[in-house]
Design a protein around this ligand. Sequence first.
Ligand SMILES: [Cu+2]
Length: 125
Amino acid sequence: MRRLLVLLALTAAACGSPSDQNAVEPGSGTGTAEGPAEAQTFLLRGNDRDQFVPATVAAEVGRLTLTLQNQGVPHNVTFADPALPGIATVSGSATKSTVLTFRTAGTYVFTCTIHPGMAGKVVVS
Ligand SMILES: [Cu+2]
């Protein structure tokens, strides 16, 4: 009987647990902008696997200075909403910033136009 219980426990452990399915992949994750609402800042990274790290930036209604820093491969930040100024292509490990004003809560998606599928979002609350 004891051996059967051990076997059952091993079988349960081998089956996909929720934590396996929620494994954090590079390029995912959420970061939160720092500072007061009208002077928020956030450092976004673009890695050599064509991912924004983190892919989600949480911010408040107000003003956000978003800075992009790459590891080598050039990337840019282009918002789906044309009213939001993006960040022109950054090469090497240089940084460039944009100042974004968010007057309403919502999700603001951005992409890198050089790399299809490279996307992130600013979630404003
Ligand atoms: Cu890119």
